[in-house]
Design a protein around this ligand. Sequence first.
Ligand SMILES: Nc1ncnc2c1ncn2[C@@H]1O[C@H](COP(=O)(O)OP(=O)(O)OP(=O)(O)O)[C@@H](O)[C@H]1O
Ligand SMILES: [Mg+2]
Length: 369
Amino acid sequence: MSTIQIDQLTFRYPGADAPVFDKLSLNLDTTWRLGLIGRNGRGKTTFMNLLRGQLSGHGLIKNPVTFNYFPDAAINRSQTVMAIMTSTGAEEWQASMELDRIGLDESYEQRLFDTLSGGEQTRVLLARGFVNENDFPLIDEPTNHLDIEGRQVVGAYLRQKQGFICVSHDESFLNLFVDHVMSLNRSSVDLVAGNVENWQVDKERRDNAAITQNEHLQHRIKQLSSRANIQREWAEKRERESNDSSSRRMAKKLMSRAKVFEHRTDIAIEQRKGLMNDVDQVDRLRTNVQQTSGGQLLFSLRDFSVKRQNGPLFQPVSLDFHRGDRLAIIGPNGVGKTSFLNLLRGQEKLAYDGYLMNDLPQDIGYLSQ
Ligand SMILES: Nc1ncnc2c1ncn2[C@@H]1O[C@H](COP(=O)(O)OP(=O)(O)OP(=O)(O)O)[C@@H](O)[C@H]1O
Ligand SMILES: [Mg+2]
């Protein structure tokens, strides 16, 4: 058991306003199954690139392991799966065993890597990263090409391993195998034992406490500054109208009371600083949805399937879709989900079996994978 030590690491991209990491210090055990999470642009990929020396920052990174990186393995994609596995220096029997563990049987060994599906290529590259026992894989978003079953298989595979870091936005996938979580927050980094769910419960509790405290302070600041203003106004009025020493004394007293309230306001403002720094506000997804009275039939399918060269892509489906409906389309890799959407959006002219009535507007919103 050894440790990757990170001490006072600071890194800024040239020309960027703020550093991605500012004096980050932490120790990572080399036996952990570490899930690295954080919203887009927080620095997950940057962190991996710093670890493996693709980028260099200020501070210290002491690492006792050999990193490899998914998905950018230095491979020749026109080689066979076996050639790619053994180019790491591993023996063929080790390669076979590793492929088998990740659900790829012997029939894959002599296949050309290029001819594998996206999900199969992912599995080969992951197995390659673990085939040498002392290597420490840095895995950046492995789920892109994996269907639901593929995620289960890869999740179970990773659960058998020790010593790697995996970035993913799919929390349920990470929860299949991680034993530690590192979260890149807006202004801090959390490193905790447990899975993403454990971290989330804890983060939510901290966020809620910060939100409550913030509301309380906001209220108090408003109250205190209004009191300060009132005292100050009275003091100034007394001061203007004063013609004897007792009125002047009163004015002075009111003024010092105003100052006390002002001082308390400053303290509350100070306490509020930084309080909400780590609370994520969720941006709304903007679409061009138009409000209508609803119910209009937008498309209709009867015994419908999209056709490619080799015939229909999926079993015939029948359904009616009305304005306001919410439809989930699920299915394994390559079954034709995107093809179906492309056809509906008029993006691709595709043949189909059965009946299709398509009355969708021209300008429907579309967010790609
Ligand atoms: N080559 C670069 N030059 C300048 N800025 C960069 C560069 N690469 C990344 N950044 C910026 O650094 C920040 C961190 O980026 P990074 O790619 O590490 O984020 P990430 O957490 O991996 O995000 P995602 O979840 O989208 O993959 C972002 O603000 C990004 O715009
Ligand atoms: Mg990234």
